[in-house]
Design a protein around this ligand. Structure first.
Ligand SMILES: *[C@@H]1O[C@H](CO)[C@@H](O)[C@H](O)[C@H]1NC(C)=O
Ligand SMILES: *[C@@H]1O[C@H](CO)[C@@H](O)[C@H](O)[C@H]1NC(C)=O
Ligand SMILES: *[C@@H]1O[C@H](CO)[C@@H](O)[C@H](O)[C@H]1NC(C)=O
Ligand SMILES: *[C@@H]1O[C@H](CO)[C@@H](O)[C@H](O)[C@H]1NC(C)=O
Ligand SMILES: *[C@@H]1O[C@H](CO)[C@@H](O)[C@H](O)[C@H]1NC(C)=O
Ligand SMILES: *[C@@H]1O[C@H](CO)[C@@H](O)[C@H](O)[C@H]1NC(C)=O
Ligand SMILES: *[C@@H]1O[C@H](CO)[C@@H](O)[C@H](O)[C@H]1NC(C)=O
Length: 495
């Protein structure tokens, strides 16, 4: 630098190549000696280039910050990072605590809808929407996408007032305080009626069987039964046995024993049904009844192989005792016996619903092609007959006008389970009501009325039904010879 090369724009070069002193020195001296330029114009030009390069370099280094060099800043940076992680952890902890505390329990029974329970709305878990695919059962599932992967939690052991039972949703990582997590699949049922009556009980079970059928035959670990939001601890024996047959084991009905009062219970997986079969297509329903029929027959050791005798026609008079029984049974039996005797292969059976076990009913229905029975819960057994079997129903006086839509339930179940409802006979005679015929008060008189008979009508009607059944059986018999192996009940379509 001490060389007396005059006016070489040393500063510019030094500024441009400032990385190391030695290099810039060499560089400078060599270049300086090779350039014999004394022009101030050139100096300005070089200066401009160098400034530009410098700026470009700075911009470049802004885009690609150099990896932090091992310097005294390292420990500071580590402490900083660690502090950050610690803060995150504390944030998460307090966030989790907030979420835990934010789990909001709402009453299972929403009294705002108490007068609309049957009009599409339900007072049970009223803040939740059902998942509904066309033709399928309507249900809620937890966890699921629509629950944002939250689980269902219940404080729901109250058996007298449903508005004292509560539900909430919670993420599995932030379950409410003191919550018990129950493993496995829970079936949560809402039934507006009860689980003792076989018709109402079955209506509440059908959607669960449909869900089971659709979801790889997944089995429930427990059942939680509600009626008006109140916990129910049992179901009728007929229904319980049907569920035991369908789900390969006695239903485990949750009682929340061993859980302290006011402490929540959360379910690893839960399926909630509150609309019975509502929304299900006829085909879906038939699949469900097919499955239950098949499972019941296996459970009861009833042969699934039909007798080779295709001509056999089973006609069963399924009698009631007390209300809605035939007032002259022997006369009624006599009429049907006479018609049955006229048809080759017809066998008449007279049975009483009140003293048959579940399996005896399954067996009886298995050999019945024509079910003759008064209106009543025992008719629910009709789905246990082979598909396309016939039902003949009988009503006492006064029901058509006064009994409401409920009197048609056996028309419905016939349709849903693939049976043929061959009509109903309504007795024109019966007890007299002190009020006018249309007065609602008369229903209490007619409700438990008994049923007479009309020999002419019963004879014609049964002859027609017998003829139809015989014709169909002959056709099926012909088809069977050609594809006898096509019906495989082996696993009932579900394990
Ligand atoms: C959880 O249970 C303990 C012991 O029973 C009780 O002391 C505590 O208050 C409960 N916590 C909450 C939030 O209910
Ligand atoms: C069905 O048969 C099996 C084996 O033969 C027997 O263990 C079972 O108890 C029977 N079930 C019924 C309902 O009769
Ligand atoms: C029942 O009907 C039969 C045949 O019609 C008749 O002989 C008998 O007297 C009737 N019994 C009663 C109790 O009405
Ligand atoms: C079943 O009940 C009916 C009507 O009460 C009765 O007539 C019949 O004898 C009973 N059968 C058996 C096996 O108990
Ligand atoms: C029932 O009847 C319908 C209409 O006649 C027929 O298509 C169907 O195959 C029958 N089902 C069975 C199981 O016999
Ligand atoms: C009995 O049924 C026949 C045929 O349906 C009908 O013509 C007749 O009027 C009925 N008899 C009575 C007493 O209702
Ligand atoms: C069954 O097969 C036979 C001969 O293979 C044929 O003649 C008959 O029409 C078939 N029956 C039905 C119902 O398909």
């Amino acid at each position: 630098m001490t060389k007396p090369h005059p006016q070489v724009d040393r500063t510019a070069v030094v500024a441009a190549i400032s990385t190391t002193n030695t290099y810039s020195k060499k560089h400078h001296s060599r270049n300086a000696s090779s350039f014999s330029c004394y022009s101030p114009k050139l100096s300005l030009f070089l200066l401009a280039i160098c400034v530009t390069l410098f700026i470009l370099f700075q911009i470049q280094s802004l885009h690609n910050p150099p990896p932090s060099s091992p310097s005294s800043s390292t420990s500071w940076s580590f402490i900083h990072q660690w502090q950050k992680v610690k803060n995150y952890k504390e944030d998460l902890k307090s966030m989790a605590e907030k979420l835990r505390n934010a789990v909001t329990f709402l009453p299972l029974k929403d009294l705002r809808y108490s007068d609309k329970a049957l009009q599409g709305h339900t007072w049970f878990m009223s803040s939740m929407y059902d998942y509904h695919e066309e033709g399928e059962v309507q249900y809620q599932q937890f966890p699921s996408e629509s629950s944002q992967n939250r689980l269902l939690c219940l404080k729901g052991r109250e058996t007298h007032d449903g508005s004292w039972n509560y539900y909430a949703l919670s993420w599995p990582e932030t379950l409410p305080h003191n919550a018990t997590l129950l493993k496995g699949l829970a079936f949560v049922s809402y039934n507006h009626y009860d689980y003792g009556n076989i018709w109402h009980g079955l209506s509440a079970m059908v959607p669960f069987v449909a869900w089971h059928h659709k979801n790889n035959c997944e089995f429930p670990s427990r059942w939680i039964l509600y009626h008006w939001g109140e916990l129910r601890l049992g179901m009728g024996l007929w229904l319980k046995t049907l569920m035991e047959a369908t789900f390969n084991g006695e239903p485990n009905i949750e009682r929340f024993d061993g859980v302290n009062e006011d402490e929540p219970v959360c379910f690893e997986k839960a399926v909630v049904m509150r609309h019975n079969e509502g929304g299900m297509s006829r085909d879906r329903r038939m699949e469900v009844y097919d499955l239950m029929r098949c499972k019941a027959r296996i459970y009861c050791n009833v042969s699934l192989e039909k007798k080779d005798d295709d001509k056999a026609i089973g006609m069963t008079l399924f009698m009631r005792t007390g209300p809605r029984s035939f007032s002259n049974e022997s006369a009624v039996v006599g009429i049907f016996q006479k018609q049955c005797a006229k048809v080759d292969g017809c066998r008449l059976t007279v049975a009483y619903s009140n003293n048959l076990t579940f399996c005896e009913q399954v067996e009886l229905m298995g050999k019945t092609d024509i079910l003759v029975s008064p209106h009543g819960a025992q008719l629910t057994n009709m789905f246990l007959m082979d598909r396309n079997s016939s039902v003949m129903e009988f009503f006492p006086k006064g029901w058509l006008k006064l009994a409401g839509v409920g009197q048609f339930v056996y028309h419905w179940i016939a349709s849903w389970s693939g049976m043929r409802h061959q009509g109903a006979w309504r007795d024109p005679d019966g007890d007299t009501c002190p009020y006018s015929e249309d007065d609602r008060r008369c229903m209490s008189v007619y409700k438990n009325g008994r049923i007479g008979y009309n020999e002419t009508h019963f004879a014609e009607w049964s002859a027609n039904v017998l003829h139809e059944v015989k014709t169909r059986k002959l056709e099926i018999g012909k088809q069977k010879q050609n594809d006898s192996a096509s019906i495989s009940y082996g696993s009932c379509g579900c394990g």
